[in-house]
Structures are given as C-alpha cells and as structure tokens.
Design a protein around this ligand. Structure first.
Ligand code: BG6
Length: 492
C-alpha cells in the first residue's frame, strides 16, 4: 500500500479552467489526491477563465467532467461533493490586465499559502498571464507557475516564453510539464537502470545494438484539430515526450535525484544528439498523414476529414526518425523513434536490442539464435520483458528456443496506476522540480528538432499517406530495415 504524504494547504489557480485539459485531466487528478487524503479540505482550486460563470455553474461542469473521467467505482458521492466544495470560479481574462478583481480578492484572503498558477492555456498566453500576475501583485515567494507543453512552437517562441515568464518567476518557481515524466513506468526507468546493477553494466555500445522507442496511439485529433494542425507529431510528441525518454535511457547516473543533478545529466544527452543537416533529413526521417482506414474493424476517417470539410494540410500525424547520441557510451548505437496517431493499437514501448553472441557453440540446427532484447512496456500492460535463448525442455538433443522473462507490474503490484498529473501536481505543490523540464532542456530540444522542421517545410514532397489502422507509411519500415533491423512487432 503506497504511503500518502499530505501536501501543505494550497491554492491552485487554473487558467483555461473550462478547457479540455482541465476538465479531462487536472480536475480528476486533484479529485483522486483529495479522495486519498493527500489534499486537505482547506485547499482551494480557483478556476479562472473568460466565461461568465458562477461557482455553482462551474461546479456543475466539474461534476460532469468527473463523472466522465473518473472510474465509476472511484467516484463516491460524499468524496465528490466535498471535492466540489474546494472549487471557486473567478472570471478572468488572463491575457488582458482589465478586471482581475474576483481573482485578486480570493487570493488576498491568504497570502502566505502555496500558490500554484497552472496555465492550461495556449502557450501564447504564458508571457501575458505571467506579466498580469506580477502587475496585480499576486506573485508571492510561495508561488509557482506551471506551464503545459508545448513550450512554444519553435526555438524562438520557446525562448520568448522562457524570457517573459522568467522576468516574473525564478527558475525554481517554474514547472514545465512533460506529463510523460509523471508516468510511473517512465520513472521506473530510473529504478531499472540505477537500482539494479544488472543492466547498467551492459548499458552501452559494447553490447547494445540499437534502441527503439514507439509511442503509438489509436486516437486521431479528437477535436484538437486547431492546435494539432499547427503542431504535428514532431512538435507534439518527439520534441518533448520521446526526447525525454531518450534522455532517461541514455543519461549517465546522476549524483542523486535532486532536480538539477538529474536535469544536468539529461542536458548532456540533448547536447550530444547529432545535429541533422538538411540534406540528411529525407534519409533519416519519415513523416506521414493518415488517410481513411479501419481500427479494430471499425472504419476511421482521414486526417483531412477529421479536420473539417475541404481542409488542406501538410501536417504530419506520424513521424519516424533515426538519431544518434554522440558520446563514449553510445557512439554507433542508433536510436529509432516513431510516433503516430490512428495506429493499430495504443502502445508505448522501449526496446533495447542487444548484440548477437560473438560465437555460436551450438549445433547449427539447434535453433536460429536471437539476440537478447529488453522490452520496457510503458503503457498499456506496463511491465518489462527480457527475451532470452533457453534450452527447449525434453529429449532430442540440445535444442534451443527463445523465451521471455516477463514481469507484469499490474500482476506484481496489483495497484491502480495513478495518472501522471496526480504525481506532477503534488510535486508542484511541494516544489519538487525533478520531474519537470528546465529552461535549457526545452530550448536544446527545440534546437535539435528545428532543422528537421525547416527541412520539411522546404521539401517539395508532402507527408506520405498511411491508412488509419496501419503502422505508418512503409517508408518508416524501410528506415529501420535498410540497416538490417526490424521494428518490434508484438506491441500493445
Ligand atoms: C500529449 C499530446 O502531450 O500526449 C497528445 O499533445 C497525445 O496529442 C498525448 O495524444 C499522449 O499522451 P498519453 O499519456 O495518452 O500517451
């Protein structure tokens, strides 16, 4: 049973409180932390948005959101009622300095407690909201600001946001969320690597042939077309989530889990990524866009139709690429990354493929030797699988066959996996920044991604079509197969 450590009383002020992220993720996450006794009755969740709503009207919306996004058995009437009582509504136009009266008067009631300003808005508003918080005198020493990804649209806009928010808040008060870092299984990468001697000694180009990271989704753009069409898979998934996974896999052991110790090591990985010159982009990356197809036997529309009638777009909904981490540990080990919408299953997985044995002492007909493979399943069916060669039991000579050492976390621990926002929100209240991105990480990740974006913009060819329900354009299979390797198939 996990220990629940209560956090200090806080005011969470959520800008963008009527938006999808707040209703789908933040309120359910806060509900769970309240239900489990981590958040006290004295905390307040102040919903700030432009609509003209009363506390009661907002609570009704929140109640509907909880009913849709909290598992049935977990939403009990008394807990729900008590949780809704923590909610207040303050009509606020974050970008305009005008009428901030309702928010100001709520916050003046207690100036000493922790304040978490959560910006669940478009990134263009991060700078203006920070400036307005400052001009209304609402930033106290106990304040933190939480910025949702994407931090900007490219390096320049990310720098601008960091500069504008940094003019009001100290870096230690700024929490840039990458919700992948809040996933239990992603944190488990730290345990796998640094709480066991087994793998760390093998964790290098000496014995690792290559690494694959797949983050596959069945969903399409789900009403987020406006945002997504300006982003695309490279900005939406690779610049943050997938590069963060690369960092955790490839970094050196940090001195401890102090925020800067860990982030210093991640930064070294980002700086070691080999820059991709424009002429290599067509060879090392593949971008695709889904066309109509079927998932689980159900017909699925094309991306363009999902966007709306007569839409035209060259935004990629799939990306695959090959990168290298240029340092002593990883030189020569390719990392293959792929992520896309409308793929056959929802599955996030890391595959560490070891090299073949140097010499085979077994008879040729004993079996086809398969190199060891460590599969880290991030979601669903969270767990770890180590593929090994073993003796085929029984008489008939020494025959071999591959078998899996398979640890399913669900079976091993039989607990509910908390949503990543639960952990991350509580970390912001405590002021623990280890699982958040530092300014230099975000900017360095953009610097690496940007030449790819520019090369794509300049290229005459459009993203390659792939049928919804397939594993992306065939060129993404060619990307890995021309190196004599294959994507791990048994996903999800
Ligand atoms: C978000 C992206 O950051 O991550 C979405 O903006 C994507 O497009 C989502 O669907 C995937 O997160 P998860 O936790 O479902 O893998």
């Amino acid at each position: 049973m996990a220990a629940i450590v209560p956090v200090p009383d806080f005011d969470a002020i959520v800008f963008g409180a009527t938006g999808d992220l707040t209703l789908r993720k933040l309120l359910p996450a806060l509900y769970y932390r309240f239900r489990d006794g981590q958040v006290s009755h004295r905390c307040r969740i102040i919903a700030a948005a432009r609509s003209d709503l009363t506390d009661e009207a907002y609570r009704e919306r929140a109640a509907r959101a909880l009913a849709s996004h909290v598992a049935k058995g977990d939403l009990t009437e008394p807990a729900c009622r008590e949780f809704l009582a923590l909610l207040r509504y303050a009509r606020t136009d974050g970008a305009e300095g005008g009428d901030w009266g309702p928010l100001e008067s709520l916050l003046r009631e207690d100036e000493a407690r922790v304040r978490v300003f959560y910006l669940a808005t478009s990134p263009d508003l991060y700078g203006p909201i920070a400036a307005n918080l400052a001009s209304h005198g609402l930033v106290t020493p106990q304040s933190r600001i939480v910025l949702e990804k994407p931090i900007g649209h490219d390096l320049e806009s990310a720098r601008r946001i960091n500069r504008e928010v940094g003019a009001v808040f100290d870096e230690r008060q700024i929490f840039r969320i990458d919700h992948y870092l809040g996933k239990e299984t992603v944190q488990n990468l730290l345990a796998l690597r640094f709480a066991n001697i087994l793998f760390e000694r093998l964790w290098s180009a000496d014995v690792i042939d290559h690494v694959q990271i797949t983050v596959a989704e069945t969903v399409g753009v789900e009403g987020r077309g406006n945002y997504y069409d300006h982003a695309g898979a490279l900005r939406d998934m690779v610049q943050n989530h997938l590069l963060q996974l690369v960092c955790l896999l490839a970094m050196e052991p940090p001195l401890d889990l102090d925020a800067d110790a860990l982030r210093d090591e991640k930064m070294k990985v980002l700086r070691a990524l080999r820059p991709m010159p424009a002429y290599e982009v067509p060879h090392l990356t593949v971008r695709g866009q889904y066309v109509a197809g079927a998932i689980d036997g159900k017909p699925v529309d094309s991306y363009l139709n999902d966007l709306g009638t007569n839409a035209e777009s060259t935004t990629e909904t799939f990306v695959a690429l090959k990168l290298e981490v240029c340092n002593w540990r990883w030189a020569g080990v390719p990392f293959y990354l792929r992520s896309g919408k409308r793929l056959p299953s929802k599955a996030s997985e890391i595959v560490v493929q070891f090299k073949a044995i140097p010499y085979n002492v077994f008879p040729r007909d004993a079996a086809e030797m398969r190199p060891n493979r460590l599969v880290i399943r991030l979601q669903p069916k969270e767990g770890i699988e180590l593929q090994m060669m073993t003796k085929d039991p029984g008489p008939g000579g020494l025959r071999l066959r591959p078998a899996d050492l398979d640890i399913s976390f669900e079976k091993a621990f039989s607990v509910r996996y908390p949503d990543s926002y639960e952990r991350l929100l509580m970390d912001t209240v405590r002021g623990h920044a280890t699982l958040f991105m530092r300014r230099d990480e975000v900017e360095t990740a953009w610097s690496w991604v940007e030449p790819i974006l520019r090369a794509w913009e300049d290229a005459p060819e459009k993203p390659r079509p792939y049928a919804a329900g397939s594993w992306g354009p065939t060129a993404s299979i060619a990307l890995i197969e021309r190196d004599g390797r294959t994507w791990h198939e048994d996903l999800g």
